[in-house]
Design a protein around this ligand. Structure first.
Ligand code: GLN
Ligand code: ZN
Length: 767
């Protein structure tokens, strides 16, 4: 019996783009290097799309998404589709659309790229549209139409995907030179006719449905923004000849946007029912459901890697059946955010591998659920039994339940997360021990990760270099880094982090409870893919992780060397985290393991320990109501990590940004003795903001912008420092770069740090 259009089907909003062996990355980078022709690049891309659709169809997905594929970024693709090419890229795009596209993404010698920022609270980065009052939109449906045609020609039923007009405008920023107060949403009336044209083009090419992604609707929106959404979908819905419209929301609950979408004249709405978005279920009932509409129910977590609880999802779906005209089963969001296929993970314990679901496994889960809905649970009895067994094995595993870790976490008290001495007392003790000059100089931790260092790591992995040989290379680098810093006259030294492949992975590899994958790549941006570690179980530290390298470095110098750790929030943010306990519990376990490392560093002679938390702000929940709870456990985890030390041990932290906004209070609640942060580009604005907020402790606003190869002059660094002094008294001001130096070369690093030290001397002399 062929399924009628109102029986539940499985569908996905989008798929990973890279191919099983990151073929796309190789083809694109080959094209940039001139080794691959444009035709070959397009052929590789088309082949990957074809394979993706075929896999979906074979798994039982009856309508495949198209247009979600991208050579770089789907928001940039939307910018092209609506013709919002920035003026500075116009000529390049006109001369050659493909090269112009990559120029917008990456910049050229002469022209800056679009700014890149995080896609909601994921680790995917998109290119920020630049709009202004003079922006003229023009529909360019070429990509959307040709990818749709490709799928149709291959015999698939297909649903083109576009970023929706609200989300597109809400993610945009004022173009350079435009009044920074300009609100891109004011362009909605100009943009809607362009969307109308895109929809008409897709309809003409054979689209029955079009999916418009509106994740911006799961953030707190003003009444004006919700009105704009209502107006947009009323207008698009009223178009005479258009495909049916599915408005997809994901990453959180739709909240006040839900009644707007329920009333809108569109045929379908996608809602997320996982994690914090589970509240959509009650909200949907409260608005009276979506009678006559197609509900795409995101019941399988699209951005984490654990198997679904199929029975629980079936129960949710059963409730939803009464709340919409048609219910389809989907992952909560595009599968872009998870790796491809767990069956490639041959190094994982097979039992543990069964707890994991990547894109392919998630696709199987949704088709199983859809079949269960259509045919009854007896039809999926075998799948349910296997799922129940895998969930039970995970719940009962020694990996997920280490009694010692649990007992310790349970015994943790508020006292453990508070340093016993008041800040003033600590500051005095640290001052007496460290004997630093006013305006002490330091760096953030990493020194250049040179080709030699990366080659040594690759050689170690490939067996061309043994452990001892590898360690000697790293030791040589530490000697060089220490010698340079002494010569340059820096006050608090670092060992340079040469041995760290990545600031999270390095620790994940050494902590029990973390797993590593071989092929678990996910797109971070463009052709950059990361393999996040999997925080799978209870976390413990079998042995010290950084103490040997610290000791080695400290033995080389009489100056203090900073112990250097990644903080608990960042350890969670850049990993796949377990979903079987609250994040706060996981963070506490990681914090306790790190706390032991801090204590061991102190015992090994560290007078200064830095615990980096660059991810603190990016993990902020999308809905304001969820933020205080998050910030409370995040700050507590940091304090638990750092509060086990003596008064005269100085705790530093580092953040890679200056816009604190609503996390200002949380920053204070970390209680770090010293915080370093980015400030060079914003002329020390953050120093003033901290001062205005009454921030009581020491601050190191960066005076060297490490995001650029440019070497700041002594005069420039000194000017920034004086600006810092206008906000923070000399007794509490540090001199440091904005961030770690791992992406810089040695020549510019030396010159820049020499200038930084010189600037500190100059300004000290003026005090
Ligand atoms: N200590 C790290 C480094 O210097 C901090 C990196 C970061 O802030 N992202 O590289
Ligand atoms: Zn940083």
């Amino acid at each position: 019996m062929s399924p009628s259009s109102t029986t539940p089907q499985a569908t996905v909003y989008g798929c990973p783009r890279q191919g099983p062996d990151r073929e796309l990355k190789k083809a694109i980078e080959g094209y940039w290097a001139g080794r691959v022709t444009a035709a070959d690049l397009h052929a590789t891309a088309a082949g990957l799309r074809r394979d993706t659709w075929r896999r979906l169809a074979e798994a039982g997905v009856t309508e495949v998404p198209t247009g979600d594929f991208s050579l770089y970024d789907h928001v940039l693709d939307t910018t092209v589709a609506v013709g919002a090419i920035p003026a500075r890229h116009r000529a390049a795009v006109d001369a050659d659309p493909l090269d112009g596209y990559f120029a917008m993404a990456r910049g050229t010698q002469d022209v800056a790229p679009l700014e890149m920022t995080k896609w909601f609270d994921t680790n995917y980065h998109y290119l920020v549209p630049e709009l202004g009052p003079d922006t003229v939109f023009a529909a360019n449906p070429a990509k959307a139409v040709s990818e749709l045609r490709e799928a149709l020609l291959l015999g698939h039923r297909a649903r083109p995907v576009l970023v929706g007009p609200l989300t597109y405008l809400l993610l945009a920023k004022p173009a350079p030179g435009v009044d920074p107060g300009f609100q891109p949403l004011t362009l909605l009336d100009r943009l809607l006719p362009v969307y109308a044209e895109l929809l008409a083009g897709l309809r003409a090419a054979g689209a029955g449905w079009v999916q418009l992604d509106e994740p911006a609707l799961v953030q707190d929106r003003t009444a004006a923004e919700l009105n704009a959404a209502a107006r947009a979908y009323r207008d698009l819905g009223a178009l005479p000849d258009r495909p049916r419209i599915l408005v997809a929301t994901y990453f959180d609950r739709a909240g006040a946007a839900l009644p707007v979408l329920a009333k809108a004249p569109v045929e379908g709405v996608g809602l997320d029912f996982t994690g914090p978005a589970a509240g959509n279920l009650d909200d949907l009932a409260a608005v009276g459901g979506l009678p006559g509409k197609r509900l795409v129910a995101g019941v399988v977590d699209g951005r984490n890697i654990w198997i679904n609880d199929l029975e629980k999802s079936l129960a949710t779906l059963a409730t939803l059946l009464g709340l919409a005209g048609q219910v389809d089963v989907a992952p909560s969001c595009s599968l872009l955010h998870v790796p491809l296929d767990t069956t490639r993970e041959r190094d994982l314990d097979p039992q543990i591998a069964r707890w994991l679901a990547f894109a392919r496994q998630k696709t199987a889960e949704i088709t199983t659920l859809a079949r269960g809905l259509r045919e009854g649970t007896h039809a999926i009895g075998a799948e349910l039994a296997a799922n129940r067994a895998d969930l039970a094995s995970r719940a009962a595993s020694a990996l997920t339940h280490d009694p010692a870790v649990r007992a310790r976490a349970a015994a943790t008290t508020a006292e453990d997360a508070r340093r016993p001495q008041a800040y003033r007392e600590r500051a005095r003790a640290q001052w007496a021990r460290l004997k630093l000059p006013l305006l002490p100089t330091t760096t953030i931790g990493s020194f250049p990760q040179t080709t030699e260092l990366r080659t040594a790591r690759a050689d170690l992995r490939a067996g061309r270099l043994d452990r001892a040989g590898y360690r000697e290379r790293m030791a040589a680098e530490v000697r060089e880094v220490i010698a340079y810093q002494e010569k340059a006259g820096l006050d608090v030294l670092v060992h340079g982090e040469p041995e760290r492949n990545d600031m999270v992975q390095y620790f994940a590899e050494q902590l029990t409870g973390y797993l590593a994958t071989q092929h678990g790549w996910v797109q971070s941006y463009g052709t950059r893919y990361v393999r996040p570690p999997v925080l799978a179980g209870d976390i413990s530290r079998p042995r010290p992780m950084t103490v040997d390298w610290f000791r080695y470095a400290q033995d080389l110098t009489d100056r203090p060397v900073k112990g250097m750790l990644t903080g608990p929030v960042t350890m969670l943010a850049w990993s796949f985290v377990r979903d079987d306990q609250p994040l706060a519990d996981t963070a506490r376990q990681v914090a306790l393991a790190l706390r032991d490392e801090v204590t061991d560093l102190e015992a090994a002679g560290a007078a200064v320990v830095q615990v980096d938390e660059p991810a603190l702000r990016e993990t902020l929940p999308l809905r304001a109501a969820d933020r205080p709870g998050y910030l409370a456990w995040a700050a507590e985890a940091f304090r638990l990590t750092t509060s086990g030390v003596r008064a005269d041990t100085q705790v530093h932290t580092h953040m890679c940004y200056a816009e604190f906004g609503e996390i200002m209070t949380a920053i204070d609640e970390l209680g770090a003795d010293v915080i370093s942060l980015e400030a060079a580009r914003s002329h020390m604005r953050v120093a003033h903001e901290l001062a205005e907020a009454g921030y009581p402790r020491e601050v190191g606003p960066g005076v060297y912008d490490i995001h650029s190869p440019r070497v700041p002059s002594t005069v420039e660094a000194a000017a920034l420092l004086r600006e810092g002094l206008a906000a923070i008294p000399a007794e509490r001001l540090w001199v440091n770069p904005d961030c770690g130096l791992k992406t810089r070369g040695w020549a510019e690093t030396r010159a820049s740090l020499d200038h930084l030290v010189e600037a500190a001397r100059l300004v000290r002399a003026e005090l």
